[in-house]
Design a protein around this ligand. Sequence first.
Ligand code: IPM
Ligand code: MG
Length: 371
Amino acid sequence: MHRIAVIPGDGIGPEIISEGRKVLDAVSEHYGFEIEWDEFDLGAERYLAQGELLTEEDLIALSRCRAIYFGAIGDERVKPGILEKGILLALRFHFDQYINLRPVKLLQGVCTPLAEKTSEDIDFIVVRENTEDFYVGIGSRFQGKEKKELEVIRELYYIKFGLDVESDAEEIAYQIGVISREGASRVIRYAFDLACQRRKKLTSVDKANVLTDIYGLWREVFTEEARAYPDVETEFNFVDAITMWFVKNPEWFDVVVTPNMFGDIITDLGAMIQGGLGLAPGGNINPSGTSMFEPIHGSAPKYRGLGVANPVATIWAGSLLLDQLGEHTAAAAILAAIERSILSGITTRDMGGNSTTSEVGDAVARFVTLS
Ligand code: IPM
Ligand code: MG
């Protein structure tokens, strides 16, 4: 029996999550295990009605589950950043989900915008560091009316960074990225272990040619960890260059390990080359704690309630969830069923089809029981 917390969230979140649950329920029945769902109403509605984001009680209740199934958050009535930082990032940080696992795999029957590339060419996995870098939340803004702080900060810039900030600057803002040796090494080790189970190639992403301190440390840790894995072929890519290679030669990649912010950026590109945002799942993993699985896309409020949202990314995230819980056969069956339903032409309109969100969920749930 697995107890799974579910956070449908905002926008299309509830629709896609209900298809994901449909499939997980079908697969659990077919493979003989039980899922007990624990529902949470986190998101814009609760925030607007009660001013609450994520409470102490929520965290205690969530921590009783080894997995959280997450839809999407974000709502046009709430200023950008509030729900993202107050719920999604807060959960990733609270549960120390230091790995963000994002497969970039072109399924059979899916079109990629990359001419002449096939499912043989696009099959890699991005391991994004998930708790450090520019996501740590250290930053501030100073305006002209707070002249005193401006002075202080300008002084600090000068002393600490040798930077001569314009003395007539009316407003300045800064944000600091932090990487720790421990934080880098645990995610890099995870990526090496993953590469060992795959094609034994690991690519590290950074910008060590400009941001020499933060990514210099990342590179150093990568080099040190690599010594324990002599069978794994390794390489470094600068983040700007890797966006080029993802498009030109995706077949070069097997496992890609990246600091947090670059990982955010390159996985949207990854989603596109695997057929679109509607197809890209992600897992926020703490190998010894509570992990959380979600589509990497957002809440797409303009499609809410129309039945047009593609539930595949969420259903696939359900497969990653089962993998994490050790239900490997059932996890693989979900991915196979997604592929079968696409090959039988049951797709939403973003993929050129005309099926509804729930027709896709029904089809995948049916194929799962035929496996
Ligand atoms: C993602 C998203 C999030 C991120 C946002 C919504 C906070 O873009 O999961 O990729 O930046 O990590
Ligand atoms: Mg993103």
